[in-house]
Ligand binder design. Structure first.
Ligand code: ADP
Length: 320
C-alpha cells in the first residue's frame, strides 16, 4: 500500500528525498448515501471496514440489498499528477481482473469530494488478521490457500500484471473462506514481458532481493511475486515472516543473502521446507515457475482439504 511504500522509502537513508514523510490525507466520513454526480449508483453507507495508506473502506448496500465494500479515496489526497496517474493505474488494472480469487471490482464513481471503488465484500478480513489470532496455519490449510493464490497469480501473470505487493494483509477471505487478492496499488502492467520495472516498492519483509539490490538497468519482473509466495508460505507455517528483524537495514541484509532459519520447536514437513527454500532463491531465474510450484510434492504429501471450515478463523481445524 502507499503508506507502507512510504515506510520503505523513509527507511532507506540512501536517497534524501525519500526521507520526507508525507502526511496521509484520508477522506472525511462520506455521506450516508453514496451517489455519483448524476445521482446514479446509489449505495447506502454503513460502518467503516478498515483504512489503509490512502483509502478508507466502508460497508455499503445497493438498492437490491447486496453488500459491497466501498474503497474511498479523497480527491484532495491525490495531490500530484503522478499520484493521480498511479491511482488511475490501480483502478484500470483491478477493473480488468476477473478471477474467483481476486476481489471483484464492480464499478467506480465519484462525487465532488471522493472517488469510490465498489468492491466485492470480504467480510472475514485478511489472512494477516486470521494468522494473528491463530499464530500459525496447519499444512493442509497452507496447501489450500497457496493453490488458490497460485491460480490467481497465474491468471494475473498471463495478463502481464505483476502484483509486486503480495502479502498476507493484501489477501482477503470471503464468506466461504476462499482467498481473494485485493489492493492493486502497486501492480505493474507490463507492456511486454521483457520490460523490467525499476521502481523500489513493496513492504520490507516481503520485498524481493532483486528489487532492493538489482543491478543497474536490470530491473525486476514476474519472479518478484514468486518470492512473495515464498515469504507468505513461510509466514503461514511459522507465524512470522522469514526475514524479520529489529531494524529495516538488517531485514534488507538478510533478504539480500536469503538468510532465514526454521524454528526448531515447530514440526514442518521437509516438502514444505524444500518448496519455501526454492521460492526464496536469491536468483530470480532459479525460482520455480507457477506450474512447477503447483506440481511440487508438498501438495500431495498430506491431506488436501475440500474447503476450510469457518471455525478455522479462530481455532486450529482438525483434519482427518
Ligand atoms: P490502501 O490501499 O489505502 O492501503 P487497502 O486496500 O489496504 O487500502 O484497504 C484498507 C482496509 O480496508 C483493509 O485493510 C481492509 O481492512 C479493508 N478492506 C479493503 N478492501 C476490502 C474488501 N474488499 N472487503 C472488506 N474489507 C476491505
Amino acid at each position: 500500500t502507499k503508506h507502507q511504500q512510504q515506510q520503505v522509502a523513509a527507511a532507506k537513508p540512501a536517497t534524501p528525498k525519500a526521507q520526507k514523510t508525507r502526511k496521509k490525507i484520508l477522506c472525511d466520513t462520506p455521506p450516508a448515501v453514496l451517489q455519483d454526480r448524476k445521482g446514479k449508483n446509489e449505495y447506502n453507507r454503513g460502518k467503516q471496514l478498515g483504512e489503509g495508506g490512502f483509502a478508507r473502506c466502508f460497508l455499503v448496500q445497493n438498492r437490491d440489498g447486496t453488500l459491497f465494500a466501498a474503497k474511498t479515496v479523497a480527491k484532495a489526497s491525490l495531490v500530484s499528477q503522478k499520484m493521480r496517474t498511479k491511482f488511475l493505474g490501480e483502478i484500470a488494472v483491478h477493473k480488468s481482473m476477473q478471477h474467483p480469487n481476486i476481489v471483484h471490482f464492480k464499478e467506480c464513481f465519484e462525487d465532488t469530494s471522493n472517488i469510490y471503488m465498489i468492491l466485492e465484500l470480504c467480510p472475514n478480513k485478511s489472512l494477516m488478521d486470521m494468522l494473528r489470532r491463530r499464530k500459525r496455519f496447519t499444512e493442509p490449510e497452507v496447501r489450500y490457500y497457496l493453490l488458490q493464490l497460485l491460480g490467481a497469480l497465474k491468471y494475473m501473470h498471463g495478463k502481464k500484471v505483476i502484483h509486486r505487493d503480495l502479502k498476507l494483509g493484501n489477501i482477503f477471505l470471503d464468506r466461504q473462506m476462499n482467498i481473494k487478492i485485493g489492493d492493486f496499488g502497486l501492480a505493474a502492467l507490463l507492456v511486454d514481458e521483457t520490460e523490467r520495472k525499476m521502481t523500489i516498492c513493496g513492504t520490507p519483509n516481503y520485498i524481493a532481493p532483486e528489487v532492493l539490490f538489482g543491478q543497474k538497468g536490470q530491473g525486476h519482473s514476474f519472479e518478484v511475486d514468486l518470492w512473495g509466495v515464498g515469504v507468505i508460505m513461510y509466514a503461514m507455517l511459522c507465524g512470522r515472516p522469514p526475514f524479520q528483524s529489529t531494524d529495516v537495514n538488517s531485514i534488507y541484509e538478510r533478504i539480500k543473502n536469503s538468510e532465514f532459519e526454521w524454528p526448531e520447536d515447530l514440526i514442518i514437513s521437509h516438502q514444505a521446507k524444500d518448496l519455501v527454500g526454492s521460492l526464496l532463491n536469491r536468483d530470480p531465474q532459479s525460482r520455480p515457475s507457477i506450474d512447477q510450484i503447483a506440481n511440487h510434492s508438498f501438495f500431495i504429501s498430506g491431506y488436501f482439504p475440500r474447503s476450510i471450515p469457518k471455525e478455522a478463523m479462530t481455532a486450529e481445524p482438525r483434519w482427518p
